[in-house]
Design a protein. Structure first.
Length: 239
C-alpha cells in the first residue's frame, strides 16, 4: 500500500518570484524509511507543511494512506516533528506531552502509558519533570520527536531532526528512528546531511529548487555529493 502519494504539486509563496515546489511528485510505500535530500531552500520544509495540511493554496494532490488531504483520519495517522522546536519551554517534558496528548484526544490512561513509552524511547524519563527551558538543544530535539510519536502515528515526518544536535543526542535519535522503522512505521526524513540519509534510509529523493532531481534507491548512486553537483551545478550543502 502507498503510505504517501504526492502528485504534481506546485506552490508559490505570495512574496516570492519563484516556485517553492514545481510539479513535484513523490510516492512512498508503507513501511519504508525515505530520505528527502536537498540544500537549504530546495523546498523540503514546504513539502512537509503541505503533506501535514499546514500549508494550503497549492495545486496538485496529496494522498496519505489513500485519503486526500486534509482528510481528518489521514491527519491523525501522521506524526510531525518540524525543523523549529515546537515545545512550551516553561512546561516540563511530561506537561508538554500531556498538552499534545490532549490535542490528539488520548484518554488519561492512554496518555500515561504512551508518555512513559516515548520518554523511554527518547531517553528523557529521568528529566521528564524539568522545564524544557533547562534542556540542551539535543534534548529538546528528542522531546520534539517524542511529541510526534506520542499518538502512535502510522507515518512520521521529520524535518531536519538533528539540526544543532550534539553527537550523543544525534545517535540517540538515529537509534530511535531505526527502532520505529523496525516496528513498521513509515518515515519520511528531510535533511541536507548526506551521511545521515545514507545511514538511515534505503530510498532517497534528491530535490533542488522545488523539483525532483532523482528518486530511487540509495544504492543506485555511488557518490551523492558528486551526483547532485553534476545535475545542478552546486553542492548539497549549499544554500
Amino acid at each position: 500500500m502507498k503510505a504517501l502519494s504526492v502528485s504534481s504539486v506546485t506552490f508559490r509563496y505570495e512574496d516570492s518570484p519563484r516556485l517553492a515546489l514545481d510539479q513535484f511528485s513523490l510516492t512512498i510505500a508503507e513501511g519504508r524509511m525515505h530520505a528527502l535530500l536537498g540544500p537549504n531552500g530546495a523546498g523540503k520544509s514546504t513539502l512537509m507543511r503541505i503533506i501535514t495540511g499546514i500549508q494550503r493554496g497549492y495545486s496538485g494532490s496529496v494522498l496519505v494512506f489513500g485519503h486526500k488531504m486534509p482528510d481528518r483520519s489521514a491527519l491523525l495517522s501522521l506524526g510531525y516533528a518540524p525543523q523549529a522546536i515546537s515545545l512550551y519551554p516553561t512546561l516540563t517534558a511530561r506537561e508538554n506531552l500531556r498538552f499534545f496528548g490532549a490535542m490528539a484526544n488520548l484518554s488519561d490512561e492512554e496518555l500515561a502509558h504512551r508518555s512513559k513509552e516515548v520518554l523511554d524511547r527518547t531517553g528523557l524519563n529521568d528529566r521528564a519533570d524539568e522545564p524544557v527551558s533547562q534542556y540542551s538543544g539535543g534534548m529538546q530535539r528528542r522531546l520534539n520527536l517524542a511529541v510526534a510519536i506520542l499518538h502512535e502515528p502510522k507515518m512520521l515526518l521529520l524535518d531536519e531532526p538533528t539540526v544543532g544536535v550534539d553527537p550523543q543526542s544525534r545517535n540517540h535519535i538515529y537509534e530511535t528512528l531505526l527502532s520505529l522503522h523496525a516496528s513498521g512505521m513509515t518515515i519520511l526524513l528531510s535533511s541536507h546531511i548526506m551521511e545521515e540519509a545514507q545511514r538511515l534510509c534505503s530510498n532517497v529523493t534528491l530535490m533542488d529548487e522545488g523539483k525532483v532531481i532523482f528518486d530511487g534507491q540509495m544504492a543506485e548512486i555511488d557518490n551523492l555529493e558528486r551526483f547532485f553537483l553534476e545535475k545542478t551545478g552546486r553542492g548539497l550543502r549549499d544554500g
